[in-house]
Design a protein around this ligand. Structure first.
Ligand code: NAP
Length: 241
């Protein structure tokens, strides 16, 4: 069973199925997006009701191995997965890309939380691309004198509570696409999460290309080991099992 929500989780499901065609592969999605990109194999959507609920699910489905390939910021799910694996005595692996590194690292301001990003904005930044997903954007709404560009995968159900904003819907684009968006909206500051995935890095590279200020929220600590940093590493772990 793969805990998903990332491109890595989809790639892993495909790689496992290609390597062991008879293996049953279930990917679990949080259900945050209306039209998620679906992996091969079975998909279950929605929470389990905490670690005990996930442990019950693991037992009921006879899960032989659990791979936590969730987004690095989905810390609750990872914590539950570690506990559930212990309760149900199922081997568990964390598949986690290392956070991004940048040649122009001096131009990147690393912060440890959403709150710290908000504080960093208080001193400077007039036109901000707040590219942190949907769940936490409202924490920035008191910065009424700034313009915020927001991007969500799905159109928001109610208008965001910002004084000055524009909403884009859709997924991240190429470095060139992201550069044009930054220019089109005259953005001076990008706030993003250091998620480590190739797909979402383009906006940071684009902002650095344009010499913009970049505030990068570093991920929470990794869940307990074992860890793999690549699909191949995860396949090798499964092979050993
Ligand atoms: P979270 O805080 O770790 O999870 C909250 C609850 O959602 C979990 O306890 C679990 O509910 C359910 N859940 C999360 N991932 C699940 C999965 N793969 N399968 C089944 N249930 C799942 O995660 P979050 O609320 O989704 O997001 C936290 C942060 O991660 C946010 O900053 C968000 O932007 C970022 N993020 C998440 C995803 C994603 O796919 N989840 C993708 C991109 C970014 P139960 O306790 O009921 O089991």
């Amino acid at each position: 069973m793969i805990l998903g929500g990332t491109a890595d989780a989809r790639a892993l499901a495909a790689a496992v199925q290609a390597r062991w065609p008879d293996m049953r592969v279930i990917t679990s999605l949080a259900g945050r997006t209306a039209t998620p990109r679906l992996p091969v194999g079975e998909v279950q959507t929605g929470g389990f009701g905490g670690a005990a609920g996930l442990a019950d699910y693991l037992r009921a489905e006879g899960v032989a191995a659990l791979i936590d390939a969730t987004h690095p910021f989905a810390a609750e799910m990872s914590k539950s997965a570690a506990e559930a694996a212990t309760i149900a005595r199922v081997p568990r692996l964390v598949l986690a890309r290392p956070p991004w590194q940048f040649v122009q690292n001096a131009a990147v301001q690393h912060v440890c939380s959403i709150n710290a990003a908000k504080s960093a904005l208080e001193s400077a930044g007039q036109r901000i691309f707040l590219a942190i997903g949907r769940q936490e954007v409202n924490q920035f709404k008191m910065l009424r004198d700034r313009f915020f560009l927001l991007r969500f995968i799905d159109p928001p159900q109610s208008p965001p509570d910002f004084a000055q904003y524009e909403v884009l819907t859709g997924r991240p684009g190429t470095r060139e696409d992201e550069r044009s968006i930054l220019q089109q909206f005259a953005i001076d500051t990008l706030v993003a999460k250091n998620g480590g995935s190739a797909a979402s890095r383009a906006k940071v590279d684009a902002a650095l290309d344009l010499g913009l200020r970049v505030i990068l929220i570093d991920p929470p600590d990794l869940p307990p080991p074992p860890h793999a940093e690549s699909i191949d590493g995860a396949l090798a772990w499964l092979d050993r099992l």
